[in-house]
Design a protein around this ligand. Structure first.
Ligand SMILES: [Zn+2]
Ligand SMILES: [Zn+2]
Length: 646
């Protein structure tokens, strides 16, 4: 028998007997890998482990350690879900079941109007566990369109997919592939799949929702079952824990409990009113932002919320961004739009008056409110909203000054985010898509390497997103991890070679030549509203002392201590602290419980001894009570905590 040679991704070679499969290769590398193997990648194409290798192929063994592996696991679990539902509900039919972030879903039509509920999900889960315990092999089959239509004769949605040969689900190729497992279950599928159902141990069905076939409301409503699936028990457990924690931290729920803001229905979708306590936090966020920008060399500007259509023709927003804008208002024989972005107006400010190289970099900053159309179904508390305020800056710099500006900017962004309590960051660098971009090669190269060098100079590891840049310039996105390990994309540093062109922005360089500046769009918090929502969830509503709406609650033990307690309150307020007084008209225990639901960092309880000693009982959030603390010592402690933003 002749041998074949295949290459591993690290460039090393393996000799195998002819007819060897991906699975044989995994075993040849090691038993551990053979056990963990889910699918293979042969010359870049994902395949089942049973695929026979050809001489000279480059083969990668995919395990659940990779995103691809997890995706296959989730996709395979979706098949088992469909198999279980079809077994439990005779006459049921199935539509599509793709993997999604953290899991999968599958859409079903269940006969006789039966509705799936949480209890039925438990039954379905049991059936899935039986299928998994049986360790059924996934076997690939291929057929012509005609044969496939016969196989799926009882399943009209599958037939529709088969017939839509140019649809996204199936290649236009004539061969239709499907996967069988168990005694009778077969699903239309491109593959590949894990070798057998035994690989799918760690899943859970989450919920049921209605979904129209092909997302079109003219089509029948199907029942969609969502599930989550992971590589091991710990991953599943951690994910379920995060979901539970996330529900507890939901900013919409906390905003209501802590009286921060509300979304009254008559105001309209995606719009909020900020109550005094939420506004207090927001004001502190904005004050801090202003303070940092002022010391960071930014110039503050203000621009209107409305503008004539002409501005958005010049900027290109009406050509490229109109679906994100609200319909125009007719007035003065022209059309006016709510602004979706502040950039065009900042360009107008730059353009007023001649600029020289000595004016650069020019950093314009505005807490600018913008309005963007979001479909009603996509709105989500403060995370997706129809009007929001950006901590927006546009920096105009020379090409030569770009690298230095970016380096300073990265430091600035990270330091501001850290002040809000974030510690883990990840950076993404999006590069040019040559098919869809403006600006010449040289400036793209120069700008991209400026971004890359700045990241390297700060020792910040980053991911390259090749070809992911907007058409007008490369960018760096900064994601933060919150207290429960969720990642949020907050800041962007986006270069722009397009708007300076469209607005014909110039500066006079040191040799008297007219040159085009490079424009940097940059927002740190992004949307103040969304950032506020992220902070509420990150801190679970328990803001640090510098940011919290109420810093100290003062509670006299009994009526007789009220006078002294008022005295304490007056001193604290005199120091500029934000306080609330809880009169002794309710039992102390009840008042303490009430105050704790408000997540106030310090509850001061004052009784008889305190009156005579000038002290307070300090009940710090999440710590033991300290009695007899001198008021002056407490004031000093709180002052330090606030000033250092601990
Ligand atoms: Zn499949
Ligand atoms: Zn901008």
């Amino acid at each position: 028998m002749t041998d074949i040679t295949v290459l591993l991704p690290d460039g090393s070679e393996r000799k195998l007997h002819e007819g060897a499969t991906v699975s044989d290769l995994a075993l040849d590398v090691g038993e551990g890998l053979a056990k963990a193997a889910l699918i293979g990648e042969v010359n870049g194409e994902e395949v089942d482990l049973s695929v026979v290798l050809s001489d000279g192929a480059t083969v990668n063994i995919v395990t659940s350690d990779s995103d691809k592996g997890l995706e296959t696991l989730r996709h395979s679990t979706a098949h088992v879900l469909a198999q279980a539902v079809l077994e439990i509900y005779p006459g049921a039919t199935f539509a599509i079941g793709p993997p999604i972030e953290h899991g999968f879903y599958y859409d079903f039509a269940i006969p006789d109007g039966a509705t799936l509920s949480d209890e039925t999900l438990e039954d379905i889960e049991e059936k899935m566990k039986e299928i998994i315990a049986a360790d059924q092999a996934f076997i690939r089959g291929e057929a012509s369109v005609q044969e496939a239509l016969e196989i799926f004769v009882d399943h009209p949605y599958k037939c529709e997919i088969i017939q839509a040969a140019d649809s996204s689900e199936i290649d236009a190729a004539e061969v239709i592939s499907f996967y069988r497992n168990g005694t009778g279950f077969v699903d239309l599928c491109r593959g590949p799949h894990v070798p057998s159902t035994g690989k799918l141990q760690h899943f859970k069905l989450m919920n049921v929702a209605g979904a129209y076939w092909r997302g079109d409301e003219k089509n029948p409503m199907l029942q969609r079952i969502y599930g989550t699936a992971w590589a091991n028990k710990k991953q599943l457990k951690d994910h379920l824990f995060r979901l539970e924690e996330a529900a507890k931290r939901d900013h919409r729920k906390l905003a209501n409990e802590l009286d921060l803001l509300s979304f009254p229905s008559e105001l309209g979708g995606g719009l909020a009113v900020w109550h005094p306590k939420g506004s207090q936090v927001r004001k502190l966020m904005e004050d801090y932002s202003r303070e940092r920008h002022e010391s960071g060399g930014y110039k503050f500007v203000y621009t209107p919320h409305l503008a004539n259509a002409e501005l958005f023709h010049t900027s290109g927003h009406l050509d490229f961004y109109s679906e994100g804008m609200y319909p125009p208002m007719e007035m003065d024989n022209g059309e006016y739009y709510l602004k979706p972005m502040n950039c065009p107006m900042h360009c107008l400010i730059y353009r007023a008056g001649t600029k020289s190289y000595r004016d650069l970099p020019l950093r314009l900053f505005e807490l600018g409110t913008v309005y963007r159309y979001e479909r009603a179904g996509t709105l989500h508390g403060l995370m997706r909203i129809r009007g929001f305020t950006q901590d927006d800056a546009h920096i105009f710099t020379s090409e030569e000054g770009l690298a230095e500006e970016i380096a300073g900017l990265l430091e600035f962004v990270v330091s501001v985010l850290k002040a809000f309590g974030f510690e883990e960051f990840s950076f993404n660098l999006s590069t040019r898509d040559p098919e869809k971009s403006v600006g010449d090669d040289q400036i793209w190269e120069h700008a991209t390497s400026a971004l890359e060098e700045a990241l390297n100079a700060h020792g910040l590891p980053f991911q390259m997103k090749l070809g992911d840049a907007a058409f007008y310039g490369p960018k760096i996105d900064i994601d933060v991890s919150d207290a429960i390990g969720r990642s949020w994309q907050l800041s962007t540093i986006q270069l722009d070679f397009n708007l300076p062109e469209r607005f014909d922005l110039r500066y006079i360089d040191s040799s008297g030549e007219r040159k085009r500046p490079v424009m940097i769009h940059r927002a740190l918090m992004g949307s103040i509203e969304r950032f506020f929502g992220v902070l509420v969830e990150h801190y679970a509503g328990a803001f640090p002392a510098w940011l919290t709406p109420i810093q100290v609650a003062v509670l006299p033990v009994a009526n007789g201590h009220e006078e002294y307690a008022k005295d304490v309150l007056g001193k604290l307020e005199g120091e500029g602290f934000r306080c609330e007084f809880y009169r002794a008209d309710n039992p102390l225990g009840k008042r303490i419980r009430d105050v704790k639901t408000q997540k106030i960092p310090y509850v001061l309880v004052v009784g008889g001894d305190d009156v005579s000693n000038g002290s307070v009982g300090v009940n710090a959030r999440g710590s033991e009570v300290e009695r007899g603390v001198p008021l002056t010592a407490f004031i000093e402690r709180l002052r330090t905590e606030v000033d250092t933003r601990q």
